[in-house]
Every structure is written in structure tokens, then in C-alpha cells.
Design a binder for this molecule. Structure first.
Ligand SMILES: [Zn+2]
Length: 374
């Protein structure tokens, strides 16, 4: 169930600020009715929403892992949910006031919520903000293309759509033995690209095209409920020759669930992905990499191989594609190969990927796709 609180403040903090959610909700209810302190209450509400936006950006920026970000309790979805719950124009307007002053890169953190139909109906600035983000992505893309073209004129493939070919090899995995792969046994100069949390209705297919142009096969760890929503995209990924593993049904933190619920998440996730993609690949990835001894053993008992990663692109937080690309290069410098984690649900990932591939070619890398051992 969704928490209805505005961010994660202790009751002491709320008292110190003279704010309680109940008080705010009452204030919201009282608006429109007569009252001398309406203006003050609206101002409190507006300040509270702005504070939550700031906390959300801060929590995302300072989290070291996606799990830490998830646990912060300041996800954009919660802020928008709260604003919808208030059911008053002042709350939506306060949200707009808060979002309007953000930089483009910060605003992008809220993109999915801004684009969401149920929010767009309530939030008056949604269309304007969507236009702004569209411009942001266009200029980010142009900026990367310019940097790449000026630094490496011979690599200017992404604008002209010249096909770049990267070596791609298969590495068999004996899933029945229940192995756990972190670096995945890869040598210097070998890399396995992995994409989690999709399929995404607007982004996954574009990633497929970029990978196809480079002759690269990758591994996708799809979320069951996403494949239920977009089965045709899940199938498209498998038909393009990529491996489609599973990533639970609803992407929970499995160690927090009862054994029964965790097992059900894992099983139903695998079933949904198999049904949608048309292939049942015994490859699994723990959401947030969160696991324990019991869960490791359960995966093993199911005859599944479990994949972690030794390189994190941090694309769940780096919303400027050139910063994301720099992060990937730094990870390549540090690790020299292995399994890298991306997500096919973020715009910055789609924009940066051609340049990541370009970089891999420049470094002479071979791409690896794991396949179940026959
Ligand atoms: Zn995930």
C-alpha cells in the first residue's frame, strides 16, 4: 500500500515545522470554506511540496545504490500521489511552481510522473514541462554527437547511422548448477551488456535498433508486470536474438518478503516473462541485487543462474547522457571488463548507448551474451 505521508520526516521534525500531514489535509479540506488562515495554510502546503521535491532530488543524488534510493521514501511517484490525494488546485499549482524552477537535468527525474496520464490530467503544467524535457533530450543528444564528432571524427556513426560492428560471442552458462555470476568469468576486454526493468513502451525498441546496428546481443532482465503490459515488446527483444531473463513480477525487495511471497514473486515473474517473450530462459536477477542465503538457495533449487554485476552505469540516477557516458568509461577503466548494469527504461540510457558502443569498439572490446548450456 502506498504511504500517504509527504516524504520521510520524523513526527518531531513535522512538529518543529508546525506541519503534520493531517493538518495539511485538514487545511486542504478547509480551503474554499471560510477561514482566516487559509492563505497561511496554502503557503505551508506549497512549501511542503517544494521541500519534498528538493528532498527527492537530494535523495537520488546522494544514494550510492538504486536500493538506497528506493528506500529513501522520496520517490517522485509518492510526491505526485500526494498531490492527487489533496484534490485541490492549489496543491497541483504548488507542484508546478516547484517543478518550474528546476534545472532540466533535475526535472528529468520527474519525467515519467509528468508524462503519466493520471497526473497530466491534474497537473496544469504537464504539457509545458513535457515540451521542455523533449527539448532537453534533443540538445543532450546533439551535444554528445558534437563532442564525439569533434574528438573522434572517424567515429561519427551515430549521426550518419553508419553501422558499427562489434564482436559478439556466446558464453554458455550451466543454469542447472545454480551459479551466481558477478564478473561472470569475463576476461579483460570482454563485456556483457545487461538491461533491467523493461520492457518499456517507448524506449526498449529504440535500444534494440542501436544494438542491432552494432551486431550486439545482450541480456534483458524483464519485470513480470511490465511484460504483462507490453508483451509484444518482450517478444520483440527475444526475437532480436537477445536473452530474456526474469527480474520478479513486481520488482520488490525480496529479502523483505516472507519466503512464500518471495518465491511467488520469483516464480510468477519467470512465468510472465516466458509467456510474453515466448522463451523460458533460466536466468534471474535480484531487484536491487538484494538477496540472502535463503533466496540464493531458492534460485539454485529452481535451476536458475543468478546474475549480479561488477560495473554499474548508475543510469537510474545520472540523467545527463554525457555524465552517464563518462561514468561508463570510468567503470571500464576500473574494471576492464565484466557484467555492466543498464536499464532499458531511461531516456539517458537510450541516448548514451551508441556512444558506449563506440567506446567499446575504440577499446577493442568483445561483447558477450550468456546462453543456457544445452
Ligand atoms: Zn531492477
Amino acid at each position: 500500500m502506498r504511504k500517504r505521508h509527504l516524504g520521510k520526516m520524523s513526527s518531531e521534525q513535522r512538529l518543529a515545522l508546525g506541519l503534520t500531514l493531517g493538518g495539511l489535509l485538514m487545511a486542504a479540506g478547509a480551503l474554499g470554506a471560510s477561514g482566516t488562515s487559509e492563505l497561511g495554510r496554502t503557503r505551508d502546503l506549497s512549501e511542503q511540496i517544494k521541500l519534498d521535491i528538493a528532498r527527492s532530488i537530494h535523495a537520488n543524488a546522494t544514494a550510492m545504490t538504486a536500493l538506497e534510493w528506493q528506500k529513501s521514501g522520496y520517490a517522485p511517484a509518492e510526491i505526485f500521489q500526494n498531490v492527487r490525494d489533496f484534490k485541490i488546485n492549489e496543491a497541483a499549482q504548488a507542484l508546478c511552481d516547484g517543478l518550474n524552477v528546476l534545472t532540466d537535468t533535475d526535472l528529468a527525474l520527474f519525467e515519467d510522473e509528468i508524462a503519466d496520464e493520471k497526473n497530466a490530467r491534474v497537473v496544469p503544467c504537464a504539457a509545458t514541462l513535457q515540451d521542455r524535457l523533449k527539448q532537453y533530450w534533443i540538445s543532450s543528444r546533439n551535444e554528445l554527437a558534437e563532442i564525439s564528432t569533434s574528438e573522434f571524427p572517424e567515429r561519427a556513426f551515430s549521426r550518419s547511422k553508419v553501422k558499427l560492428q562489434l564482436p559478439s560471442i556466446e558464453v554458455p552458462v550451466d543454469a542447472a548448477a545454480g551459479p551466481l555470476l558477478i564478473r561472470g568469468g569475463l576476461k579483460k576486454g570482454e563485456i556483457a551488456l545487461t538491461f533491467d526493468d523493461g520492457p518499456h513502451p517507448k524506449r526498449t525498441a529504440r535500444l534494440l535498433e542501436i544494438l542491432a546496428n552494432a551486431g550486439v546481443r545482450a541480456t534483458f532482465f524483464q519485470v513480470g508486470e511490465m511484460t504483462t503490459s507490453y508483451p509484444e515488446i518482450s517478444k520483440q527483444v527475444a526475437e532480436a536474438g537477445h536473452m530474456v531473463g526474469s527480474h520478479t513480477f513486481t520488482h520488490p525487495q525480496l529479502p523483505k518478503l516472507s519466503a512464500k511471497d518471495a518465491e511467488s514473486e520469483i516464480r510468477s515473474g519467470r512465468e510472465a516473462v516466458a509467456l510474453a517473450s515466448g522463451t523460458d530462459i533460466p536466468f534471474f536477477r535480484f531487484p536491487y541485487g538484494a538477496r540472502n542465503t535463503y533466496l540464493n538457495e531458492f534460485i539454485k533449487s529452481q535451476g536458475m543462474a543468478s546474475f549480479l554485476w561488477n560495473m554499474d552505469s548508475a543510469d537510474w540516477k545520472l540523467r545527463d547522457p554525457k555524465v552517464l557516458l563518462a561514468r561508463v568509461k570510468a567503470q571500464l577503466d576500473h574494471e576492464q571488463g565484466g557484467i555492466i548494469l543498464f536499464h532499458d527504461i531511461h531516456e539517458q540510457t537510450v541516448i548514451a548507448l551508441p556512444y558506449v558502443l563506440e567506446e567499446l569498439r575504440a577499446r577493442g572490446f568483445t561483447t558477450v551474451v550468456y546462453v543456457p548450456q544445452r
